[in-house]
Design a protein around this ligand. Structure first.
Ligand SMILES: [Zn+2]
Length: 96
């Protein structure tokens, strides 16, 4: 069963970028929510914390899924990956 939870409060960070290949950030960007503790060691130095951007990305993902452009291509307890367009992805990561 697909785990699609796009509630802002549960999201830790979001990746927007290339769908295939490396996810270190070289082909996309991670944006963190402010409720993710920025002093946590899992949050990389120089990361972007921007609630408004995360919220607009949630809206964009919902629109992509509704209009059929995007689809869930991977879904785990800790994340959900939505693929769209030409090798593009939005991936939401959840609080542990
Ligand atoms: Zn990389």
């Amino acid at each position: 069963m697909e785990n699609l939870d796009l509630s802002f409060e549960n999201i830790k960070k979001v990746y927007v970028g290339r769908d295939s290949g490396c996810r270190c950030g070289c082909h996309g960007k991670y944006t963190y929510t402010s409720h993710t503790n920025p002093t946590n060691s899992t949050v990389l130095a120089g990361c972007i914390i921007n609630d408004r951007r995360v919220k607009s990305t949630i809206t964009r993902a919902k629109n992509l899924l509704e209009n059929g452009e995007g689809k869930i291509t991977d879904s785990m307890k800790s994340y959900v990956n939505i693929s769209y367009g030409n090798d593009r992805a939005i991936c939401f990561y959840y609080e542990n």
